[in-house]
Design a protein around this ligand. Sequence first.
Ligand SMILES: *Cc1c(COP(=O)(O)O)cnc(C)c1O
Length: 430
Amino acid sequence: MKRAKSAKLFKEAAKYLVGGVNSPVRSFKGVDTGIIFAERARGPHLWDVDGNKYVDYIMSWGVHIFGHGYGPIVEAAVKSIKNGASFGLATKNEIELAKEIQHYYNTISKVRLVTSGTEACMTAVRLARAFTGRSKVIKFDGCYHGHFDGLLVKSGSGNLTFGIPSGKGITASYSRDTISVPFNDINIFSETVRRNRGDIACVIVEPVPCNTGVILPEEGFLRRLAAIAKRENIVLVFDEVITGFRLSSGGAQKLFGIKPDLTCLGKIIGGGFPVGAVGGRSDIMELLAPEGPVYQAGTLSGNPVSVAAGLAALRCLKEDKNLYAGLEKKTGELVAAMRKAAFAEGIPLTINTIGSVFSVFFTDKSVGSLADALGSDKEKYKKLFSGLCEEGVLFPPSAFEACFMSRAHDGAALERTIKGFRKALRKING
Ligand SMILES: *Cc1c(COP(=O)(O)O)cnc(C)c1O
């Protein structure tokens, strides 16, 4: 497979952009294929600048649940741009999007729309600190909540791929106020809360971590976490930037029956445009300016194009009663076929999956934490990634990111994936 144009563009990009990219994972440093420059995408497919066609499982990191370029979303965005890309004033659709979100999330009584998931999480933490008058935050190893200082301690996603889990440029005071503990270990969490009694403003968690690959919460973990938070008056923040509208229309909180105090959303609710949202209990949300003393603002917050696209996405979601069951079925079948292929090749493989997300770890152990994920064979993942690329299948260019299924992934795309997966595994065995 030729990637000469991508390689050439990368050389040129490196002269003008830091590392040649505007978000680290896009540099493909976690794999050996060299970078891929995207040109266009449609349905389940993505084409690179060299004309190669891939079945895409990145899907803009989970944004495109209906597939790339979905008609109603594109139309809504185009129509909105024609009416003016942004005004710096309130628009009616912002109410409509907030209503849609509230329709699905009964824990959200008020919403603030922002421009990224990072901002949503940042605002949630600020609100929790203002509400409780406390300063410390507990997070979980490998969970990613955006790139702001306070939460870049032992975080997942690109940080993990590049081996800089806590990053430089984060002052000691930030690190001191952020405590990161292992996911799925309720005893350590409970002990940490005990040792810091009265100092913890919030606990923020990806209810199903998807930035270390996919990690499933063990039975009862989230429920016990929520109970401890409630008992200690710690604000419980669910970062559902990926899981919201992905695992179910009501996110992970609906699936597991947990009621967080605050919820962060992003990705799907912008239909492919920059977006984020924080929402939750009105007594906390009302602390935000202009109602309260917690400042947060944004020139493009609630941007009309993002809001129109997101609104179209959520309305399409409402129309398809079979969406989540269909996604889960397809994903389950694909995962089963991949497990079978690995077994046939005698390659130890653990695939974590829930709903329409999955990730493959080259290990014979179960993967329930960051430490487990780090224990998997990264070299084998690199080989899998290269092999899949050759077969026209695009997995995330990192062993620590999730794969996303969309409604547009049809029988032919899935078949191509399975065939490609078998071939790639055979190459690993050499
Ligand atoms: C993507 C992501 C974010 C950050 O969102 P951006 O829009 O990239 O700032 C935060 N939390 C989770 C769980 C994410 O996956």
